[in-house]
Ligand binder design. Sequence first.
Ligand SMILES: *Cc1c(COP(=O)(O)O)cnc(C)c1O
Length: 315
Amino acid sequence: MVGLDQVLAARDRIAGQVVQTPVALSDRLSAHAGGPVWLKLEHRQTTGAFKLRGAANAVALLGDVAGVTTASTGNHGRALAHAARARGLRAVICLSRLVPQNKIDAITALGAEARIIGDSQDDAFLEAQRLERDEGFALIPPFDHADVIAGQGTLALEILDQIPQAAGIAVPLSGGGLLAGAAVAAKALRPDIRIIGLCMERGAAMAASLAAGQPVEVTELATLADSLGGGIGLSNRLTYPMVRDLMDDLILLTEDQIATGLRHLAHDGHVVEGAAAVGAAAVLAGRLAGPFPLVLILSGSNIDPAAHAAILRAA
Ligand SMILES: *Cc1c(COP(=O)(O)O)cnc(C)c1O
């Protein structure tokens, strides 16, 4: 299982590989919310998202392996490729034929192999499992893994160092690795702190699973918060129970609200992807007013510049 000790150990382990991202008080969001709202600028993390924390911790804990693999096309795949290169390990990121060329290029630019297999992410995942079974690779999943969760939790340690009086942390939520790790660490240090999960309405797998009382599948729908898409895994072992037990509130946002949050942050000079704009979206929609001081995690910046510009123009 994952507790504060694992998160503290992860912090030491990854110290040289991740940057301590800054925090900034947002005057405009504070005025909207009626109390101090801080931004944790984690979109400035190496590889553009917090995912490097979990990937670097998991890779550092590996024994003798032929390489690492995963089937994630997004920020986790990128982080894993980076972490593997830093350790001189091979990384094979398994992708389906449907993945656009720019994502393939981003992976190969980090020195990893992009292996194109089949017509769906499920086929790509089967190849990652085969590499683990037959070729001695370690399959590092994007969230449901103790070392990944512990690595993501280091973000909460940093927040509490930077804003010791924080009363609430608003966390973008998908598979729940970030929320689980952040919540377990923050609540061990500050039992009264509130952890608020944020997700889009369209295809919120964790929300549907919590409502059903067990992990369920949802239809994946196009969303501005694409890094929050995808399922939590029907055989989820760790993040589902941790999120269920540790999250105090869950707020689901519409696409319009997310776009408004993204535009607001861009106006203040923070170019973030949709998944990272859900906290600002909730404040601006009047759905998140405290507890104060409130910290919003800007979780990633990996958005196609043309897509970002189009959202700004659509205002
Ligand atoms: C992965 C990701 C999330 C969600 O993290 P989970 O651990 O899957 O809940 C949020 N924001 C960004 C930018 C991400 O890449």
